[in-house]
Design a protein around this ligand. Sequence first.
Ligand code: WQD
Length: 325
Amino acid sequence: MTWLITGGAGYIGAHVVRAMTQAGERTVVYDDLSTGIAERLPADVPLVVGSILDADLLARTLTGHDVTGVVHLAAKKQVGESVERPLLYYRHNVEGLRTLLQAVTDAGVGAFVFSSSAAVYGTPDVELVTEETPCAPINPYGETKLAGEWLVRATGRATGLATACLRYFNVAGAAAPELADIGVFNLVPMVFERLTRRQAPQIFGDDYPTPDGTCIRDYIHVVDLAEAHVAAARALTSPGRHLTLNVGRGEGVSVREMIDRITAVTGHDLPPAVTARRPGDPPRVVASADRITTELGWKARHDIHDMITSAWEGWLRLHPEAARG
Ligand code: WQD
């Protein structure tokens, strides 16, 4: 098969390309390079630079490269920005997906893997979030991912396209320093940035109903996440098959614990400072990863230490001044 990876030059996308090619799959990348970086891609992987809203270029790419399956990651992904600019998010994440699905069904592509998010659950009031936990997103970003899932599933039902929606939990780490996330939008890089400036890392609220009062998340190594894409893609062999799967480790880690682990790895021992809560943060979001293990035989192999050490190596590549001493 030949797989088109949209958003393949992004942080997660480039890891998916790497995992797919290592597993022996042919890949072609489609990316507008708005946040993606072409240098993340192996030299022998073709890159088509274009927008997910460009129906003609999508159609030409699918037929020109004999694409038989698509892994769709190209999307806007900043929660705060989605609150400010909902129209932009619906345009890229829903209209862009609709445009792609039209091209995919016109071209007779058989399999489609969609990058979704734990953000579809909103503020789940359960110990472990299963795929049956009701979806109730609390921001436009999460809404576009849920609408995207509906669109993917309805298209599969109507056309026989085999589909998988992967709900990512909190992604961290890197397969190699040059593949690391360069954005500073999530806990791990935000703490790295504070430490680099010799400032105390911030805890956004320690009065949540959790054992240490800080929010609990389910962190997953990007290499494990990428391997989940390979397993999902390969499972989409029968027409009309549909999978909705959490991709997490099932282990809750608090913000305070994460910061302690980060300071241990980096050697920066600035104690964290507690600041006000960040609006919209759920106290606890932890996956049940049972279904993906049952359906795909996938299990995470990397732990928090692997995530932090590999992310830190990537950070030091761009910020050598962050090295302790
Ligand atoms: C984790 C925890 C913060 C920085 C978001 C999106 C989600 C997905 C992943 C998608 C929270 C706390 C953070 C800091 C802190 N997005 N924190 N100090 O909010 O769980 O998930 O990213 O593509 O949809 O919502 O991740 O890494 O921002 O925060 O205390 O300096 O760390 O309040 O509790 P979040 P995050």
